[in-house]
Design a protein around this ligand. Structure first.
Ligand code: SF4
Length: 76
């Protein structure tokens, strides 16, 4: 499986909030970062708007939140 193009820069893998949840982060890494990155909520926003638009605490599976961010930007 391909690795996410944002792997080196993504705050999800670096933020100290997520460092406290290593089990969860590892699982998400396997599912998204090392696999289905196009299904990741963070990737969806970063690829459409840029990494600076990704909410700091967004998890890869929070796709509804990502869709809302994209909608809000379209109507802004
Ligand atoms: S959390 Fe999402 S955007 Fe970040 S490296 Fe993993 S797949 Fe890519």
């Amino acid at each position: 499986m391909a690795r996410c193009p944002l792997y080196e820069s993504c705050a999800f893998l670096k933020d100290e909030t997520f460092e406290k949840m290593q089990g969860l982060v590892h699982r998400f890494q396997q599912i998204y970062c090392q696999g289905n990155y196009s299904g990741c909520a963070r990737y969806k926003i970063a690829s459409a708007l840029g990494e600076s638009f990704v909410p700091t605490l967004m998890m890869p599976n929070q796709i509804e939140w990502a869709d809302q961010v994209l909608l809000d930007q379209q109507s802004a």
